[in-house]
Design a protein around this ligand. Structure first.
Ligand SMILES: Nc1ncnc2c1ncn2[C@@H]1O[C@H](COP(=O)(O)OP(=O)(O)OP(=O)(O)O)[C@@H](O)[C@H]1O
Length: 298
């Protein structure tokens, strides 16, 4: 077991940031904390990286206790905080040297671990970190978190504000790091990234609502979702919400996702209803369930 969290709670004055959270991350696993802003993800990261004490519960990282063994944890984990963690006025190279030095190592010593990532930013090594693009900042921050060869890597919303191509590349990098034996706990508000993790915890309002592999979470979802479209999207949402047997209606990409309460739901009846409401170019077809759909129904 690389990470073990047992019944952790934390409040900031009257705000209950996390409430009785428990989960475990296996050695070498890529585990995702998936949830919207304010769900409590950063609080969990800060407790596990020994920057914040929980009010209740216990947590261990690499068998070290977050309270008693905080020094050992700090030496053996890498942390990439959500908010930009680099020194904006230092260059790429200076930032990396700084992080290597505080961990008593050098860039050369662990270069093989960061090489894949560093070669992409090396052409800009004399540029100040503050003048890098979002994707490049993210790669540099990852290099800095890796420079002391941590066994566990904590990545808090590493892809927030990063363009889709860089996001994709970033996840490919994470997979390669995982193959090198690093355990990774990553958080993201992007539901499409959830499917790239081995297991995920869906978290909302400080509580973990589900923990499983993305495929199990989807296959255990027992409702049938329909993709619905018509020429008048705004009116469609309104009319679907007024359909007497509707269960849920929400925009999903170019379609509306619709779930009916009736087990014997007949799409033709809904088609007739929408035609009566003067909708045209109506499409009703079964949709693929996604993690986002499961989340919407929690
Ligand atoms: N220092 C603090 N003082 C008071 N409230 C806080 C503090 N830090 C976090 N909170 C509150 O605790 C809750 C959980 O915040 P947290 O930052 O852990 O969530 P998050 O899932 O990481 O979201 P975000 O991406 O917005 O940071 C939120 O309601 C937040 O407003």
């Amino acid at each position: 077991m690389s990470i073990s969290v047992q019944n952790i709670s934390k409040s900031y004055k009257s705000i209950q940031a996390i409430d009785d959270v428990s989960f475990e991350v296996n050695e070498g696993e890529l585990f995702g904390l998936i949830g919207p802003d304010g769900a409590g993800k950063t609080t969990i990261f800060r407790i596990l990286t020994t920057l914040l004490l929980a009010n209740e519960g216990n947590a261990k990282v690499l068998e070290f206790d977050v309270k008693q063994d905080y020094k050992a944890i700090r030496n053996s984990v890498g942390y990439m905080p959500g908010k930009f963690s680099l020194y904006q006025d230092l260059t790429v190279e200076e930032n990396l040297t700084f992080f290597a030095t505080i961990f008593g190592t050098t860039i050369e010593e662990n270069y093989d671990l960061i090489e894949d990532i560093y070669v992409q930013i090396e052409p800009f090594k004399k540029r100040r970190a503050g003048a890098l693009s979002g994707g490049m900042k993210q790669k540099l921050a990852l290099c800095c978190a890796l420079i002391h060869a941590p066994k566990v890597l904590f990545l808090d919303e590493p892809t927030t504000g990063v363009d889709p191509v860089s996001r994709k590349e970033f996840w490919q990098m994470l997979k390669r790091l995982q193959q090198k034996g690093i355990t990774i706990l990553v958080s993201t508000p992007y539901m499409d990234e959830a499917s790239l993790c081995d297991r995920i915890a869906l978290i909302q309002k400080g509580k973990i609502l589900k923990i499983d592999s993305p495929s199990n979470i989807i296959s255990k979802y027992d409702k049938v979702i329909y993709d619905i479209q018509s020429k008048n999207t705004h009116g469609l949402i309104h009319d679907l919400k007024n359909y007497s047997s509707h269960y849920s209606v929400y925009a999903f990409g170019e379609f509306i996702h619709y779930i009916d309460t009736n087990q014997n739901f007949n799409p033709n009846d809904l088609q007739d209803y929408l035609q009566q409401k003067n909708h045209t170019q109506i499409i009703i077809k079964p949709a693929q369930t996604t993690i986002e759909d499961v989340f919407m129904d929690l």
